[in-house]
Design a protein around this ligand. Structure first.
Ligand SMILES: Cc1cc2nc3c(=O)[nH]c(=O)nc-3n(C[C@H](O)[C@H](O)[C@H](O)COP(=O)(O)OP(=O)(O)OC[C@H]3O[C@@H](n4cnc5c(N)ncnc54)[C@H](O)[C@@H]3O)c2cc1C
Length: 442
């Protein structure tokens, strides 16, 4: 396989261009520049976002389309995994288990990696705007993950948004806030730690409860006089509701309080106060999770879906079984930013497992199109392991399977494994290692 690897790590240049703004940064990329490989006979496929989905898509696009010129655009210098990061927060795994070099897979699989900010699109001319200039494409894969919709709580009150993000962010977006959150957990010396959960769909539905369990385990282990209050908008814990309920009651009866039907109505981050539909809560420490939406890049591409009333759904507007945009079949979606796929269950779980799976499927779909074949739709599955106890280490899990009925509707079957076990810990680590091996070339 031909090797191509270019990584630009200039000072603030890549991160400097404001999202959505007209291209302001110097055009380091141009038809004449040597930063990108010269256009060859094969198609140019540009993947925006190098997380679980984008790294997988880039690998398989190179493997399945000989001669394709695959370019991956990613803002961060390193990969940081969401899966396993709750365990990292309480020192069950080290940083070397969640953070990885991104040049290694680019070199191994032979795609071009550019560290740059995607700032916009010119879809009529098939070009991506980046902090370094314009990148042309024949096919485009958007895999930018999610954004925190702080404005759902604070409107345009930027002071409140900045304060909440600086002091109480959930770190559900990789790389940005993880170290600050870990420091807050370490510095928590007692009192009430409130976690607001968010209305579905959102990134990794079972993982906020896993985080609550592991923080409670940390509190128990270090005999901190603290409590964890989970403000949950849902009427019951889900998924793996029984497994989590038992963990809360049996392992952390004096530490975790789960409050159902607690929809956030007002947040005062300055006075540490939250008004919900289940009452008012004051906190000493908080992990605030505003609603999730598709990453900015989908909004910049003008490809956000709309509901019957014409309001933005917050997620990509896409074909539910072929994963390309409605209205622009040169653009594909992979991972958490994807829109709904079924009127039975809505969205696929926004998980690393699904992002990895769809990354492969989309690579295969584009390969079939390039080869002039008809694309047959494929479905993913999903599997998530969640640690509920640190000593002994014990986990529960949830599995989702999918099939298509006679009318073409995608149906979901959910299998909760509520009984916590140490065997599942081994399975979880084996799962994570196999996924990292798949797209990080470990
Ligand atoms: C605490 C936690 C626990 C989790 N546990 C699990 C688990 O056990 N199992 C599981 O399967 N999933 C789990 N997940 C979910 C998993 O992390 C996500 O579902 C997965 O990362 C989605 O992949 P993605 O490629 O869509 O997004 P990401 O992995 O977030 O990748 C998106 C990438 O796009 C980049 N990007 C975004 N915008 C731009 C831009 N404008 N320019 C350049 N680059 C950009 C980002 O920097 C990022 O690297 C967990 C998540 C969290 C937070």
């Amino acid at each position: 396989m031909q090797r191509r690897h270019f990584l630009i790590t200039p000072p603030a240049l890549a991160l400097g261009a404001a999202a959505g703004s007209a291209l302001a940064a110097p055009a380091a990329i141009s038809a004449q520049s040597s930063i990108l490989p010269r256009r060859g006979k094969g198609p140019r496929i540009v993947v925006c976002g190098g997380g679980w989905g984008g790294l997988t898509a880039a690998r398989y696009l190179r493997e399945l389309i000989p001669g394709a010129d695959v370019v991956l655009l990613e803002r961060n210098p390193t990969f940081w995994s969401g899966p396993m990061s709750n365990k990292w927060l309480v020192d069950i795994v080290g940083t070397d288990f969640v953070q990885y070099d991104m040049l290694r897979p680019a070199n191994r699989y032979g795609y071009t990696l550019l560290q740059t900010e995607v700032t916009g699109f010119e879809r009529d001319r098939r070009r991506v705007r980046t902090g370094h200039g314009l990148v042309e494409y024949d096919y485009l894969v958007l895999s930018g993950g999610i954004r925190d919709a702080w404005d759902a709580w604070f409107g345009d009150d930027q002071r409140a948004i900045d304060h909440a993000r600086t002091h109480f962010a959930s770190a559900y977006i990789p790389n940005q806030q993880m170290h600050a959150l870990k420091q807050r957990v370490k510095d928590f010396k007692g009192g009430t730690l409130v976690m607001t959960l968010l209305p579905p769909p959102h990134r990794c539905p079972p993982s906020p409860y896993e985080r609550a369990c592991l923080i409670a385990w940390h509190i128990k282990k270090h005999r901190i006089p603290g409590k964890v209050v989970i403000l949950d908008p849902k009427p019951t814990i889900a998924p793996i509701g029984m497994g989590y309920q038992q963990a809360f009651e049996e392992l952390y009866p004096d530490i975790i309080t789960h409050v159902p039907n607690a929809r956030v109505q007002e947040v005062d981050p300055f006075n540490k106060r939250i008004q919900t539909s289940a009452g008012e809560w004051k906190f000493d420490e908080a992990i605030l999770m505003p609603p999730h939406q598709a990453a900015d890049m989908v909004w910049h591409a003008g490809l956000i879906g709309r509901d019957a009333a014409g309001k933005p759904t917050g997620w990509a507007d896409m074909h539910p079984r072929l994963y390309h945009a409605h209205g622009d079949d040169r653009v594909y979606f992979v991972g958490d930013l994807m829109g709904p796929v079924s009127d039975q269950f809505g969205h696929y779980p926004k998980s690393g497992h699904v992002a990895n799976y769809i990354g492969r499927i989309v690579a295969r779909n584009i390969a079939e199109r390039v080869a002039g074949k008809e694309v047959t739709p494929l479905l993913p599955d999903n599997l998530c392991y969640m640690m509920v106890n640190g000593d002994p280490q014990e986990e529960i899990s949830v599995k989702f399977e999918y099939e298509v009925d006679a009318s073409g509707r995608v149906l979901q079957t959910q299998i909760d494994m509520d009984l916590r076990s140490t065997e599942m810990v081994q399975e979880d680590f084996a799962w994570a290692r196999s996924k990292f091996a798949d797209f990080l070339a470990l």
